[in-house]
Design a protein around this ligand. Structure first.
Ligand SMILES: *Cc1c(COP(=O)(O)O)cnc(C)c1O
Length: 399
């Protein structure tokens, strides 16, 4: 079971390999790494059985016994963006109109993908700090009866904001529209129950909260939606209906599967279960975040987001106002101490991010905070306090 700071099988990465405090690729366990030391034939029965196990176990993550018959899981080669594109191109009719809810880079990427696909959409863009809320979604749907699908990002990884998917799903469902969820950086750690949150499809990928390595993504979708997607996709390789139909018929992936990645992912799924599934994983990530945020605040840092919207996935901190602080220098000092951090991805203020996911626990997070303190000292930064303008902006938007 999850037990936060004393997770027995969490060990330092081998050799001089740093911890990745990044939201995927992330630090994986020795067992996940070791699972990749064998070659598999993609056509072979053993590998087909692995694909079947993977699909079933992923389905069970979001579907309890009552809903498991209504949904299916289809893995797709590529990074997460490939499977988002596959979902949009397969489930939204060519003449369909959508509502995109954006509050960061991944929501904006969804809109760009629809531009490429030539699908019409309306955009609600909340900027960097704020979540889309049920009332404004309801209003947009009432104003725009042509909208058939709503697309939401579960955890917007560019800021770390955890969007209120449940309340959005409720208004979308009440108005007879369909919800597509990009749960890339949340699935496996943030609960999502198909019996409670009505959705059409959700996507995620191998290298986020399940703690596998990069190489494929997957969609968990209503079988009805998969059936309806026949012949709709703009793309040969990203056609979810074709991948699903072929897998159902042959047990194989349509084109070369990332065999080693699949083997590693099955090991990661086993460790996910051993930790207590979604609730066990969430407990460890929450403790990681709380340890990090408390330690960073003690050093004088401020989070971009109000506590209410802080996810246990990744946290954005404002850069200190002190002119001696330079992100690249800070990054190099942190790397020298064994920790890879992430630059910010905001449109307005300077910031950086530290991830809470991957094979790490609260004791690692305490070392991260210590390394941050030492790095500031080495840079001659006396105070980690952000510029007043960043705090004013945060206060203004929270009001
Ligand atoms: C990681 C991520 C993606 C996919 O990014 P890739 O670089 O293609 O793997 C999409 N949406 C969100 C919210 C993500 O965190």
């Amino acid at each position: 079971m999850a037990n936060g700071s004393s997770c027995a099988d969490i060990v330092d990465p081998p050799g001089s390999e740093p911890y990745l405090l990044t939201p995927g690729p992330l630090t994986t366990s020795p067992r996940v790494k070791a699972a990749m030391l064998r070659d598999w034939g993609s056509w072979d029965g053993d590998f087909r059985a692995m694909t079947a196990t993977l699909r079933r176990q992923l389905l069970e993550l979001v579907c309890s016994s009552g809903t498991v018959e209504e949904f299916d899981c289809v893995p797709m080669q590529g990074s997460g963006t490939f499977v988002v594109e596959a979902m949009l191109g397969s489930f939204i009719p060519r003449d369909g109109r959508s509502l995109v809810l954006a509050n960061g880079a991944y929501g904006q990427r969804i809109a760009r993908t629809l531009d490429y696909l030539g699908r019409s959409y309306r955009l609600i863009d909340k900027g960097d700090y704020l979540p889309p809320r049920a009332e404004e979604v309801a209003r947009a749907l009432d104003e725009d009866p042509d909208i058939g699908h709503v697309i939401v990002v579960h955890c917007e990884t560019s800021s770390g904001i955890l969007n209120p998917v449940e309340e959005i799903a409720a208004v979308v469902h009440a108005r007879g529209r369909k919800l597509l969820i990009d749960s890339m950086s949340a699935l496996g750690a943030i609960p999502l129950d198909a019996a409670k949150v009505p959705f059409e499809a959700v996507v995620s990928s191998a290298n986020k909260c399940i703690e596998g390595v990069p190489g494929f993504g997957f969609v968990i979708a209503r079988k009805e939606a998969l059936r309806a997607a026949r012949g709709r996709s703009h793309s040969l390789s990203l056609d979810l209906h074709a991948q699903w139909a072929y897998m159902e018929e042959t047990g194989q992936w349509r084109f070369t599967p990332p065999t080693h990645v699949v083997a590693a992912f099955l090991e990661a799924l086993g460790q996910h279960r051993a930790e207590g599934g979604v609730s066990g994983r969430l407990a460890r990530y929450v403790e990681n975040r709380d340890t990090l945020v408390e330690g960073m605040r003690a050093l004088g840092f401020e989070t971009l987001l109000a506590d209410r919207w802080l996810s246990p996935i990744i946290v954005t901190f404002f850069n200190p106002a002190d002119p001696r602080f330079a992100f690249q220098h800070f990054y190099d000092l942190m790397k020298g101490k064994g920790f890879i951090i992430y630059p910010g991805k905001l449109t307005v203020v300077d910031s950086f991010r530290i991830g809470c996911i991957g094979r790490l626990d609260a004791s690692v997070m305490r070392r991260v905070v210590k390394a941050v303190g030492e790095s500031l000292e080495e840079m001659g930064v006396a105070s980690a306090a952000p510029p007043a303008s960043a705090l004013e902006e945060k206060a203004r938007l929270a009001a």
